[in-house]
Design a protein around this ligand. Sequence first.
Ligand SMILES: Cc1cc2nc3c(=O)[nH]c(=O)nc-3n(C[C@H](O)[C@H](O)[C@H](O)COP(=O)(O)O)c2cc1C
Length: 401
Amino acid sequence: MSNVASALRPGTINKLVLRNRIIKTATNEGMAPGGMPGEKLARFHARLAEEGVGMTTVAYCAVTADGRTFADQMYARPEIVPALHRLTSAVHAAGGAASIQLTHCGQFSRNRALRGRGPLGPAFAINQYGLMSGVPFGYALRESEMIEIADAFARTAVLVRDAGFDAVELHYGHGYLLSQFLSPATNRRRDAYGGGIDGRLRFPIDVLRRVREAVGSDFPILAKTNLLDGFRGGLELEDAIVVARRLEAEGIDAIVLSGGFTSRTPFFLMRGETPLRSMIAVERNPLQRLAMRWFGPRVMRSYPFTEMFFLEQARVVRQAVRVPLVLLGGIVSSENIERAMAEGFDFVAMGRALIADPDFVSRMKRGEPVRTRCIQCNRCVAEMDVAGVRCVLDDPPTPVP
Ligand SMILES: Cc1cc2nc3c(=O)[nH]c(=O)nc-3n(C[C@H](O)[C@H](O)[C@H](O)COP(=O)(O)O)c2cc1C
């Protein structure tokens, strides 16, 4: 059987059977005004299911109101359940499965509606991302607060399971809270939750254990992890292997391999052009706009796009664990998918290619060799802050309101 055909065969994550090996990865949709998932979000994911993806991932549901990076992000509470139910029902009606990414931003926050001390993470730090938005510092979590956050992850997993989701994806990457704990650059704690990789893993593993306890052994839990943070002093591949082995030992059901730190190397994870001008154009805060003009070119370094840009590091993790692995990053053609299967990955996840071409899988099923029209201009990133994520090749960029 060709590897393209094998990518179109069912695959399992825990007891969940996906109709094929192609997953739409989480790309913050920007379709939850006021933190409420809307009809547009349901349509976005239903369309992907109608076009044949095995599983679609709803992006970026914060486990608490304080865990939001910005105010318009969906966060867990009973009021969101009916809308999420409509979303999962539409995805199921089209034969797909639905996962949802659970996050806590830690210190990576511009959300001024925070209770108490401000954004909380592993250790005190200047919050460059929130500097111009009145959230200049991040503070160190106390152990009692860490227990509350682990409980919030567990409660949210149960909430979304009850809303019909087939799986949850815990965000261990991209510089959010659990990634801040894993990274030596941000975890400067001197207690049992810091130091070497075993200490830095302690809280992230506590979270997984609490979620597992809450949802039971049969419910699929995925983790999105960093292969590397992408800057000197950050998490490197050697530690990423330890993280993957530990997650496997603790019963994770699949690992999505990514990289990059949104506050420091945002375009390490979305390689291609840096859409700084579009991002400045849609920025509503005038101070932030100014800061982006001055510091943007330095902070938002570009990384040239190459196909399958995490393959080299992901291959090393593939050798180290047996748990299902999901290859991500720059998968743009059916040929790439074929290669991923041949390299021993169980699934592929795709972001921009499926934003540009939601019908990618349908075309593969018709036996065509498929290649996305996405040119990695990354202007979809600016669009998520205007009227919701979409490909600007369809129409010119949305005018800023
Ligand atoms: C518009 C946009 C929004 C994104 N939002 C998220 C997100 O909410 N959570 C996440 O883990 N990754 C997010 N990402 C990163 C993607 O999940 C993925 O890691 C990255 O785009 C590389 O995959 P690709 O080359 O297939 O696009 C986003 C990417 C884009 C383009």
